[in-house]
Every structure is written in structure tokens, then in C-alpha cells.
Ligand binder design. Structure first.
Ligand code: 5GP
Length: 192
């Protein structure tokens, strides 16, 4: 997605450890116009798949997921990383190791919002080692829901997540694919 690549080149910075900082439009400050375009792109890709629900993970998956939900006219559920007084029982849960935070968290979704009648589109901001997406897949499996797609805003194709997810056979749509962040230079995967 050209506009997204332009944003990444213009506003993104590369941090040590192959981390791309995109706080200016995705992970801290959010650019609603760009997120709307991102949501529309996911909706276009998955519009024939009979999606009934979008599932993401807090907090940075929420913005792109909500705009995809708006475009597909379906609800959006986000997995929580911490339990709260309002979310204690009747949960689907999975363990997820965070690449950027270097910690494991138990993610959960209330059983009230996912079930075996759902056809899900999973959305996340980044795909790195695939742990967040695998955690969401585990939750979908517990709920006995179908997963029709995995939509990723920024994929770091040089890490193992893409390969791990391809093994599931699920339709993956990554809007920007980064081939390398070496020498603080952002290189995209060129598919042509
Ligand atoms: P994974 O579980 O695929 O290793 O990583 C996915 C999660 O880690 C994403 O939800 C995102 O929050 C975070 N993440 C991974 N790599 C990066 C990165 O380069 N930059 C930022 N900002 N977040 C990242």
C-alpha cells in the first residue's frame, strides 16, 4: 500500500534490535485518515469471506481494526492483556510473548463475544515473530470460530512470523512488507 509505505519512510525511525518506531501515526499518535484507508484496504481484500467479527489485541491493533470493522460493518473485539474487575471469568485465553516489551502476557477475550458461529478476521499492527497472531489463533480455536484471514498493517518479513502463519494456510494480507531494517535503512519487499 503505497500511501502506508510513504508514511513509514517519512515518519518512521529504526531503533536498535530491528524495531521500527511508528509512534507518529500508529502506535501512539494515530492518523485517522490513514487508518481509514488501511481499514478500507483490509475490507476490500476480505469482503467476500463472510466475516462476522474482527479480533485484534490491545492497544495498537485497535485503530486499524475499528476502521476495518466500520468498512465491513461488523463488530470489533480486542483481546485484553490484563484482567480487570469486569473481565475475570468466562474467558478464552492464551499466552503471548511480546517482542518489543520482552515479557509474556496472558491475553483474554470474553466468551460473550466469540463463538462457533463466527468467521473472524484477525488484525494486528505489526507481524514480527508471530506470537501475538498465534495467541489470537489459539483464542479463535478455543471459541471454535473460523479464521478467514489475518490482516497486518506492517510486516517485518525478515522475522519468522510470516512463515509460521503461512503454515496455517490462512489468507494473510500485509499492507506493508519490510525486507530489512539494517543500517537504519527501511527496505520494502518488492513483489514484482
Ligand atoms: P510478534 O508477536 O509478531 O513478534 O510481534 C507483534 C507485536 O509486537 C505487535 O503487536 C507489536 O505491538 C509489537 N512489535 C513487533 N515488532 C515491532 C516493531 O518493529 N515496532 C513496533 N512499534 N512494534 C513491534
Amino acid at each position: 500500500m503505497k500511501v502506508l509505505e510513504d508514511y513509514i519512510l517519512e515518519k518512521g525511525t529504526v531503533l536498535p534490535g530491528n524495531v521500527l518506531k511508528v509512534d507518529a501515526f500508529l502506535n501512539h499518535q494515530i492518523d485517522p485518515k490513514l487508518m481509514q484507508e488501511v481499514g478500507a484496504e483490509f475490507a476490500e481484500h476480505y469482503k467476500e469471506k463472510g466475516i462476522t467479527k474482527i479480533v485484534t489485541i490491545e492497544s495498537s491493533g485497535i485503530a486499524p481494526a475499528v476502521f476495518a470493522g466500520l468498512a465491513l460493518n461488523v463488530p470489533v473485539v480486542f483481546a485484553r492483556k490484563k484482567k480487570s474487575v469486569t473481565l475475570q471469568d468466562n474467558l478464552y485465553s492464551a499466552s503471548v510473548y511480546s517482542y518489543t516489551k520482552k515479557e509474556t502476557s496472558e491475553i483474554s477475550v470474553s466468551k460473550a463475544f466469540l463463538n462457533d458461529q463466527d468467521t473472524i478476521l484477525l488484525i494486528d499492527d505489526f507481524l514480527a515473530n508471530g506470537q501475538a497472531a498465534l495467541g489470537l489463533l489459539e483464542i479463535a480455536k478455543e471459541a471454535q470460530a473460523q479464521v478467514a484471514g489475518i490482516g497486518i498493517v506492517i510486516e517485518k518479513s525478515f522475522q519468522q512470523g510470516r512463515k509460521l502463519l503461512e503454515e496455517t494456510g490462512i489468507d494473510i494480507c500485509s499492507l506493508a512488507r519490510i525486507a530489512s531494517l539494517e543500517n537504519e535503512t527501511i527496505e520494502f519487499v518488492r513483489e514484482d
